[in-house]
Design a protein around this ligand. Structure first.
Ligand code: R5P
Length: 302
């Protein structure tokens, strides 16, 4: 029987695209807030005995997490067979260590919550810094779609003589993958973060941009401070127009305006809906969904 797909608000276009790729059926989900902010959820279709994937990207996550949880818990109560979560942007991944006594390692607790609610999780390039993979914190099968090949394709089609630049050492994993697939050189800058909106970027490898077009690549643009400072550092060394390419455009607060004020061309993937989305990852996400479901079924047959 075909997979059923339901979208939390804002994820409808991706859910439709995934349904086309996966020969799945979309089941509408009614979700609204009561006047006091509590959520009302209703599955508008026959889901008993079926497999269901819930699409809910997790930027601005606090309300979305409870929405995804309620959608899953209610589907299970209504007799759904297996329930997966498709969260193209998986938030709460950056707090992966207790930096100060008493701090919550939120990545673990959110992973526990989602592992308790879903049978599998699919995402796109999660922010893995101190964790090697999602298996370290998720107890259910997970599958990651990688954006690097499509970032490279975009660069190949839009930038002449590129050099790929990461704004900090954490970005090296994405920058290296994109550079290898593009056949372009790469380098990374040095970042010191003093606060949520206070970062300093140092760029020493100035020779790397000579005669080339710099393309800044990072996994996430959140406050935009990292990319803005990186673009500023490039300008200081004579680079005019900078392209800022990110997988997940969270754009908290004034992030987009701040980056645009640097004269940057801003390009993101459709893991979070935004006017800067230029790179469509629907087919990569669909492949990841097919792979994780196959794994779950073959484990169940053993
Ligand atoms: C963290 O290391 C990530 O890779 C990004 O560099 C970071 O999340 C960007 O944050 P912001 O846009 O707030 O500077």
């Amino acid at each position: 029987m075909p997979l059923l797909i339901s979208a939390l608000p804002g994820n409808e276009a991706l859910a439709e695209g995934l349904a086309r790729h996966l020969d799945a059926e979309v089941v509408p989900l009614e979700l609204r807030s009561f006047p006091d902010g509590e959520l009302y959820i209703r599955h508008l279709g026959e889901i008993d005995g079926r497999d269901l994937a819930i699409v809910c990207t997790l930027d601005r996550p606090n309300e979305k997490l409870i929405g995804a949880y309620l959608a899953s818990a209610s589907a299970r109560e209504l007799g759904t067979r297996r329930i997966g979560l498709i969260a193209p942007y998986l938030s709460y991944m950056r707090q992966d260590k207790r930096f100060k006594p008493g701090e919550a390692i939120s990545s673990r607790h959110v992973a526990n919550l989602l592992s308790s609610a879903f049978d599998w999780v699919v995402t796109v390039d999660p922010h893995l810094h101190r964790y090697k993979n999602l298996r370290e914190i998720y107890t259910v099968p997970t599958q990651t779609a990688n954006a690097a090949p499509l970032l490279s394709k975009w660069i190949g089609e839009n930038v002449r003589q590129p050099v790929i630049i990461g704004p900090d050492s954490e970005s090296q994993q994405w920058v290296a993958a994109v550079a290898v697939a593009s056949g372009a050189p790469y380098t990374v800058m040095e970042k010191t973060r003093r606060g949520d909106r206070d970062v300093e970027i140092t760029f020493r490898d100035i020779g790397s941009i000579t005669g080339r077009t710099p393309v800044l690549v990072d996994d996430i643009i959140s406050t935009g401070r990292t990319m803005a400072q990186a673009a500023r550092a490039l300008k200081k060394h004579g680079s005019s127009a900078t392209t800022c390419l990110a997988i997940h455009g969270v754009f908290a607060g004034d992030a987009y305006e701040l980056l645009a004020a640097e004269g940057a061309t801003i390009v993101t993937c459709n893991t979070i809906q935004h006017p800067s989305n230029r790179i469509d990852l629907t087919d990569r996400i669909a492949e990841a969904v097919a792979a994780v479901r196959e794994g779950v079924e073959s484990n169940a047959r053993r």
